[in-house]
Design a protein around this ligand. Structure first.
Ligand code: ARG
Length: 460
């Protein structure tokens, strides 16, 4: 018999029973549901709404259910629809009438709002911890490759010399912002909806500050309709996770490119690569490809809940039961991706000679050649044109700028002197880019130290 069967004259249709149920996925919230109920029962007792004996019996009963669920001894059923009614039904079966007093002054809308919010809130530190580990891996790798010259790209065309450390630290900075986005979102969501009732609060003299505090929230939510209706915290989390996955996906794409024979800048460890069933020579970057692929899935989760929420009037509507699966999926996906991605980066073999060879082709010192002439007094725009012509001539002859003799250079401009070779030497071009944020070792050192301090401040 349903908890709400009083006003009904018939049993629920079997199809509706299954269609309506959410226990298949919301049983994941068992702990939050039970802790939420304990806090509610203690508050009811403290406010004199239920007796001390009933409070004690409810809390003990809930504790025993929690232990049994964790020991795998409890079976939930779709007949009781969701985790909230499953727990209440089991409680009443165990402790009798006191169990029936638990739901005084509260609703399931309340319960789902508080359970889900606690679950989401408590996953954020898990994800942040994984990102901090990834940042640590990036710093460790970057420290070894501060002098490793590689081509920096725009339009996937070789552009200017950078170091591999500079490239890695670009991602480290993105992940730092992902972490602070998650922290912001955690801080904003930490208000407690419990006590909103079905939508309109309650006539019982409840103490919402007590339950909020007991459940680790900063304060109760200010408006009861908002309390049971809002899912923006979940959307905010999924937005932050989508941006994070976008970063991981771009990084994955580069790992995939770098592993190809066309680049060969890195080689992944055998433990983090896979083979082909037919081509014996293949070593595939499946981990990076899957992270890139799963990014679409997390975006989809965000779109799914945004779309669910866009047209529903206040307050609770059953549509909102569709909130949990995408959020669980996004969290599970991210929590699966970050550690495997970190381990892949941690164990990859970097091939500096290949990066250097690639840097040597593609005229990535052309800007430096123009800057050389500019520093000798030629207006930059003229220096740019002179260098462009030199590049065209070199391209026609299959040469690099460094291959040109000083006489050949002087036919373009009298300003060229022997010191030009120093100025367009790739190691120098990289090392001298010491402007704030640039790839010079002094600057990558500063960046690495900043990220290390960021990680240490969150004491991993
Ligand atoms: N199972 C529901 C959900 O996940 C919560 C219960 C509220 N249901 C209701 N009919 N008032 O959203």
């Amino acid at each position: 018999m349903k908890l709400w069967s009083g006003r009904f004259g018939k049993e629920t249709d079997a199809l509706v029973n299954d269609f309506n149920a959410s226990i298949q996925f919301d049983q994941r919230l068992y702990k939050e549901d039970i802790t939420g109920s304990m806090a509610h029962a203690k508050m009811l007792g403290a406010c004199g709404i239920i007796s001390a004996e009933d409070t004690e019996s409810i809390v003990k009963g809930l504790q025993s259910i929690l232990e049994d669920v964790e020991a795998g001894k409890v079976e939930f059923t779709a007949d009781n629809e969701d985790i909230h009614m499953n727990v209440e039904t089991i409680l009443t079966a165990r402790i009798g009438d006191a169990g029936k007093r638990l739901h005084t002054g509260r609703s399931r809308n309340d319960q789902v709002a508080v359970d889900f919010r606690m679950y989401v809130r408590d996953q954020i530190p898990v994800i942040i911890g994984q990102l901090l580990e990834l940042e640590t891996v990036l710093c460790r790798q970057a420290k070894q490759y501060q002098n490793t010259v590689m081509p920096g790209y725009t339009h996937l065309q070789r552009a200017q010399p950078i170091s591999f450390a500079q490239h890695l630290m670009a991602y480290a900075n993105m992940f730092s912002r992902d972490i602070t986005r998650l922290e912001d979102c955690a801080a904003r969501m930490n208000e407690c909806p419990l006590g909103s009732g079905a939508l309109a609060g309650t006539t019982y003299p409840i103490d919402r500050w007590q339950t909020a505090k007991a459940l680790g929230f900063d304060a109760p939510m200010s408006n009861s309709l908002d309390g049971v209706s809002d899912r923006d915290y979940a959307l905010e989390l999924m937005s932050a996770l989508s941006v994070l996955m976008m970063h991981l996906s771009r990084f994955s794409e580069e790992v995939i490119l770098w592993c190809s024979w066309e680049f060969k800048f890195i080689e992944l460890d055998d433990a983090y690569s896979t083979g082909s069933s037919i081509m014996p020579q293949k070593k595939n970057p499946d981990v990076a490809e899957l992270v890139r692929g799963k990014t679409g899935r997390v975006y989809g989760d965000l779109m799914s809940l945004l779309t669910t929420m866009k047209g529903i009037p206040l307050a609770y509507n059953k549509d909102m039961q569709e909130d949990k699966e995408p959020v669980f999926d996004a969290i599970d996906t991210v929590e699966m991706c970050i550690p495997v991605f970190s381990a892949m980066i941690d164990t990859m073999r970097v091939l500096p000679e290949n990066m250097r060879r690639a840097a040597g082709r593609g005229f990535i010192n052309a800007t430096d050649c123009a800057d050389y002439l500019t520093k000798k007094g030629m207006p930059f725009r003229d220096a740019y044109t002179v260098t462009g012509r030199l590049v065209a001539a070199c391209t026609a002859q299959g040469k690099t700028l460094e291959d040109l003799t000083i006489d050949e250079l002087k036919t373009s401009s009298e300003l060229f002197d022997e010191d030009v070779y120093e100025a367009i030497n790739l190691e120098n071009c990289m090392a001298l880019r010491a402007s704030y944020g640039g790839p010079a070792v002094s600057e990558t050192t500063r960046q690495i130290e900043a990220i290390e301090a960021f990680v240490a401040a969150r004491n991993i």
